[in-house]
Design a binder for this molecule. Structure first.
Ligand code: ACM
Ligand code: ZN
Length: 570
């Protein structure tokens, strides 16, 4: 008797006082990075279990599938998604949302509604929903049967249209699996661009069918410098790797499903030693041996130079004089052929053509280069570089693509439609914006994630140098003070660059980008008035749990500093 009375009381309590409807949530349940434009906490919780199902708008199959996969993984049961309206999670398009990437997320005890202007906004709404769930959902192995999501109303959109991460896969090569993991990390942070640096002096990493030696020869080096440049020797170990065109397509598809645009970079006219090793006629001086600084070349490399082609793929880091010849028509034929194969692989409207760090000494002593200058009335080698970039731009524009180049493309005159990536500080970006050209900010002081992340370098894994802390990244403002009014509209956003001379493993890449990328994601997404370093650090502590559950190798410095001694971070 006693038992049945308490049962009835319990049932009454449950039906009259559903705990999920009135549950009091705490602010720590709303730790989202990047911080949304507006977030209103509410009482109550939505519980995800095996009764949860998703309804999605007709154009949202990809997003429905993404969310269904995520929730199925959580519950261990296949979650339905369909186009009727019966699901208690609804994904839909809403034209009333203004921003192209904007979304709204409403969570109540009995429904979740994610609306986006476009599918991209819906995808970002799903990423926010993901961060409202406990970090344990990120576990590969664990299946959690129920997950509660705190009730909320969020309206959100990004501050900048370009939110990028670069990765140099040439100095060190990273397998397809890691590139996908990198893309997944970008998606978690609502970054929308992956700048894939595919060609360099130390390796050519993309299959080009018309020029098989680019990968047969150009993707391998006979050894790599040991230690920090100028180094203590050569490891005498062959190193290489490249992506087939099928792998490239697979990666681009994977990124597209995550609303990430992949911009390939094919470097010209400098940083071309690997292509020149494969096809020496691209050099001004095909018979001159590749110079390996400080006698740090491998024995095998020297042997090859003695017995066959004098050109080898570089084994040390730096900037090299042996660049593409600007006087030889075959150089342009080669590059156009390469782009003819690259263009169909990448839906991106942009192709990055490099343009940085191109020494002019070979052009100064090369007769075809000098003839080209004379014939075209070019006063110096900077104008010759500008001629080179203009020609490539004309070809790419004619084939439906726009170019991005590092800020050196300003020297000698900017190509008419070029976007400038400002890396030597912000000056190049400011100059380009004043000339009405689009700009992406990647200044070294705030956006070079190959820098050390603390003053205490001695206890850190070897890095190139510099110091860019998480706080430095967080404090970065992509709009320079000097630009006002209309000129600011040319600043499309910002990007961090990840040059991998000193990142031999994917673990090390993770260490260098986390949590600096997390800080950058808030810089490029959140309204400036929402940027608050102390508040960010509190939210970062929650995201850290997600890094840990995902098994990511992240840098710990920022978590060791007391909130009341923030000045020490600098
Ligand atoms: C660069 O860091 N050389 C663009
Ligand atoms: Zn030349």
């Amino acid at each position: 008797m006693k038992f049945s009375i308490s049962l009835i009381v319990c049932l009454l309590l449950f039906t009259c006082h559903n705990p999920n409807k009135t549950h009091q949530n705490t602010t720590s349940q709303y730790h989202i990075i990047p911080k949304p434009v507006s977030l209103k906490m509410q009482d109550g919780q939505f519980v995800i279990d095996s009764n949860t199902s998703i309804s999605r708008g007709t154009d949202l199959e990809n997003e429905g599938q993404y969310l269904a996969d995520m929730l199925s993984h959580i519950t261990g049961k296949s979650i339905d998604f369909n186009t009727d309206t019966t699901g208690n999670i609804q994904l839909k398009l809403d034209d009333a949302i203004e921003n192209k990437e904007g979304y709204e997320l409403s969570v109540t005890y009995d429904a979740i509604i994610i609306s986006g202007k476009n599918a991209t906004g819906v995808f970002y709404g799903i990423q926010t929903l993901r961060q409202l769930m406990p970090a344990s959902i990120e576990s590969e192995s664990k299946q959690i049967t129920t997950v509660s999501i705190p009730a909320v109303h969020i309206k959100d959109h990004p501050r900048f249209v370009y939110r990028g991460m670069h990765l140099d896969v040439a100095r060190h090569f990273f397998p397809v699996e890691f590139i996908k993991k990198y893309i997944d990390l970008l998606a978690l942070h609502k970054m929308n661009t992956f700048h894939w640096h595919l060609t360099e002096d130390q390796g050519w990493r993309i299959e080009i069918k018309k020029y098989p030696k680019l990968t047969e020869v150009g993707s391998k080096r006979y050894g790599t410098l040991i230690g920090h440049h100028p180094g203590t020797g050569n490891d005498e170990t062959e190193y290489g790797g490249f992506y087939t065109q099928e792998e490239v397509k697979d990666i681009v598809k994977y990124a597209t499903e995550r609303h990430i645009n992949v911009i390939p970079e094919i470097e010209l006219p400098g940083h071309g030693s690997a292509a020149i090793a494969a096809y020496p006629h691209l050099s001004c001086f095909p018979d001159e041996p590749t110079i390996v600084f400080d006698n740090m070349g491998s024995k095998a490399g020297k042997e090859v130079q003695r017995s066959g082609t004098p050109k080898i793929v570089q084994e040390t880091w730096g900037v090299f004089d042996d660049v593409f010849c600007a006087g030889n028509e075959e150089t342009f034929q080669f590059l156009e052929d390469v782009f003819a194969e690259v263009i169909p692989l990448f839906p991106s409207e942009y192709i990055h053509i490099g343009g940085d760090e191109c020494p002019k000494s070979n052009w100064e002593r090369c007769s075809p280069c000098q003839k080209r200058m004379k014939d075209n009335g070019l006063v110096d080698e900077h104008e010759l570089q500008s001629y080179f970039i203009h020609r490539i731009e004309r070809f790419l524009n004619a084939n439906g693509k726009k170019i991005i180049g590092w800020d050196e493309i300003l020297e000698g005159g900017l190509a008419p439609n070029a976007t400038v990536m400002s890396w030597r500080g912000e000056e190049g970006g400011i100059a380009a914006a004043k000339q009405n050209h689009d700009v992406i900010m990647t200044p070294g002081h705030s956006c070079y994630f190959d820098h050390y992340q603390t003053a205490d370098n001695m206890s850190e894994p070897l890095a190139i140098g510099g110091k860019t802390t998480v706080a430095d990244v967080y404090a970065y403002e992509p709009y320079p003070d000097e630009l006002t009014g209309e000129a600011r509209n040319y600043i499309l956003g910002a990007q961090a660059n990840v040059w991998t001379e000193y990142m031999k493993t994917s673990d090390q890449v993770e260490y260098m980008i986390l949590p600096r990328m997390t800080a950058l994601s808030e810089v490029v997404w959140a309204p400036i008035e929402n940027r608050d370093w102390a508040d960010f650090r509190v939210r970062l502590n929650s995201l850290k749990e997600r890094y840990e559950t995902m098994g990511l190798n992240y840098a710990k410095h920022v978590f060791k500093i007391k909130i009341d001694s923030l000045e020490n971070v600098q």
